[in-house]
Design a protein around this ligand. Sequence first.
Ligand code: F6P
Length: 507
Amino acid sequence: MHVRHLRDLLADEARTKALIKEHNGVFCDFCRQRITVQTLQLLFKLAEEAQLKEKIDAMFRGDKINSTEGRAVLHVATRARRDQEICVDGHNVVPEVWEVLDKINEFSTKVRNGEWLGVTGKPIKNVVAVGIGGSFLGPLFVHTALRTEATAHAAAGGRVLRFLANVDPIDVARALDGLQQEETLVVIISKTFTTAETMLNARTLRTWLTTELGQDAVAKHMVAVSTNIELVKAFGIDPNNTFGFWDWVGGRYSVCSAVGILPLALQYGFDIMEQFLLGANDIDEHFLSAPFESNLPVLLGLLSVWNVSFLGYPSRAILPYCQALSKLAPHIQQVSMESNGKGVDMNGKPLPFDSGELDFGEPGTNGQHSFYQLIHQGRVVPCDFIGIVRSQQSVYLKGEIVSNHDELMCNFFAQADALAYGKGPVQLRSENVPDHLIPHKTFSGNRPSLSIMLPELSAYQVGQLLALYEHRVAVQGFIWGINSFDQWGVELGKVLASKVRMAAAVR
Ligand code: F6P
């Protein structure tokens, strides 16, 4: 088979034009993927055979597509607009979603304006969110993205939001460092309220509070987010101070439920979080209704399948040229790898191919000084470059050639071209590179990447980006014919850890 180098493919302007897509300010440039326009047509055929449209519709319809757990998959309902109707078992769940959101709005407003006081009468300035996996990574991603955004930063007004995930006492010490109990609210976030690490950390923090403030502190300083209200009650947290969600929201897809919205609304106020939900909802609607030719999550998902299953590249680098997106890769790593790292199909039959991919990433330009060597001259790793047109911080340094942000974006554009075009011996010789160094300095190029551009990074765009990646993962799973919404693979380690724990306890 004759393989055309990206250098040649990129010379075709009509192809380039056809491979740049836009939806509501989000640009996806696929022209540095190793595809022709015809490849896309073939991938649409594959999508048809895999019944992709039917599967997307089934998800939004509330069908129990998470068949091994008998659950619907409706994280899209957690960001539905008030007037939408999304049903589970024939019952519209949107009013329940908004009941919880309204409760978060009321509670976070009271805490933020000082109406809700700590047990000693002091206002609450700090929030420690305790949770792990999906009850941690998504909220951390959004918090990190918004911290320096002007409106969000002003709304935070010096408040502190910390996360405690690891059972490691070092993480406990770091999360609590410098915080006063009487000014601190602890939010325990656990879908099941049984996760060993979270429950141990919850008990540790309850002791931290009550040792200093007495038993009454729990009522004023501890709240919970969970689907398991009974266990929250048994722990000692008032059900009135509990924010529920539903079994049809998977942990790693739960950032738009109270899991993310409660701690983030406490930090930034509800209005900003509503913008975030609207951004995610915008992509949900687009995903459900846009034709595949212009449907960004569908295109992203199909091209990931192309890279993994047809070109045989098992990994993907997520490379935001934006420090505020430094926690995007760890979050998507969980969304993608816990969802699509499966060994069997929907019917339990072993897969005749590998599903899922190895996701990793770092913000540019830091990553360039770390692992890009391998990406340029070692293994082929399809890359997602993510750029923001207007930075959250428009700092211009007088006397410099370009601003810091422009410098960042120069690298964003250059890296994608370096991967695609490479640099060959002819050019190296013309630069008087000695013969013995030519092999070392040669870049083969032809390495696929895609670029995502957002006009700015405010709460709305953070929501769009989140939903874009979530649905991309779903598309991949639908094409591979797997259940992307269970996670049995995490169970065995948990069981063995509990056996070791019991053995250690009887010693
Ligand atoms: O062990 C993996 C996992 O089950 C994730 O899927 C989940 O997000 C995380 O643990 C935490 O679970 P929970 O929210 O129930 O504490």
